[in-house]
Design a protein around this ligand. Sequence first.
Ligand SMILES: *[C@@H]1O[C@H](CO)[C@@H](O)[C@H](O)[C@H]1NC(C)=O
Length: 406
Amino acid sequence: MFLLTLLAALTSVIVASPTIAPARRSLDGLLSQTISSGCSTSGTASCTNTTAISNTCCFESPGGLLVLTQFWDTNPSTGPSNSWTIHGLWPDHCDGSFDQNCDPSRDYTNIANLLTSQGASSTLSVMQMFWVDINGNDETFWEHEWSTHGTCYSTLRRSCLPSGSPTGAEAVAFFQTVVRLFQAIVQSFNIFGALQAAGITPSSTATHTLSSLQSALQTAFGVTPAFDCSSGAVNQAYIYFHLKGSVIDGAFVPINAPRAGSCPSTNIKYPLKSGTPTTTTVSHASQTGLPATATIRTLTSSGIVGGLLTLGTWSTQTLATMTLSGSPSGFTMTSSKGPCAVSGGSLNCGSGVTPSTFTAVSSGGNTLLAFGGSSSWTSDGVPSGTTVFTVFSGSSHAQDYQLVIT
Ligand SMILES: *[C@@H]1O[C@H](CO)[C@@H](O)[C@H](O)[C@H]1NC(C)=O
């Protein structure tokens, strides 16, 4: 009874939550990279160009259909019992064909050492938990993923790197990007969580239809992945992206899977994993209470575009670090300029401001900033460069968006 009530409560929260504009979310900027490409992330997305683009250091080609593949391994089990694990990030051609093993001269060994020596040990620790080989040969698995797939990215060629980059810097960038995407997935594209939200949890007896798995993810993410099955059990998921800019630091735009996976339409098992659940995934407010500090990013229908500055305005310049105090059901927000409030309809932060009480709303795996029960925000336009726009609560101005607590 309690469970049913809880489920009903959860369902109503999900239904009542605002829908994130589907299919066009980009996940740029959530984690930092060691090197930067110097490429714009606002140009044409890979595989969507209508004429040839000459600079393939900043435009992924021919492998512009990027696939983040994740395993659900149960025999034997790999990784935490409550998380899918990383398989790889593959550069398919726009038509679904692909290249492999593109540059044996860059088949690096000792990836763990490469990451540690180039300042990416936090990436390595995520990999040790979530990018694990079914036979325990993690290092060999990582080397294989780099040499087989990573060497085929046009934007990761040596000649595209900043001058003076150490040997292997592009492989470090590759692993950082995959972890960056996967961590974004833990927050925003969490397969385990999305299935769970639809009442689909691992079980030794239950079976599922393919459409129930797909609609659970469509509801949570706005895009449909492909699922592969092995011996009647779901075993792998494929999330597809187009890319704006470089694999090093580009904006990944999720798209619907352009192909069907191998799962049958009915009687799909989702078996239990042995092992222990993890609590070390990226935390967000709906699970752990509010983060003490956060940046607030603006999620428009075409992806994340900048966020809040210290005065509470919207820009693509350096974002404010906000201090959040309270709980998701009621908190105040303060920037280096002072407390933030909505007054006269607009958001302002400053020393003379009487703080407003905000709430955090969980939606599609994101935690959204809400005021007065609404997580809709609006401005007169979309900033770029040094432009700054006033942020209004509600949706009465030209540009609607949501504010994501990250
Ligand atoms: C897109 O750009 C790539 C790289 O220049 C090129 O190979 C491809 O033919 C272009 N696609 C179209 C439809 O022009």
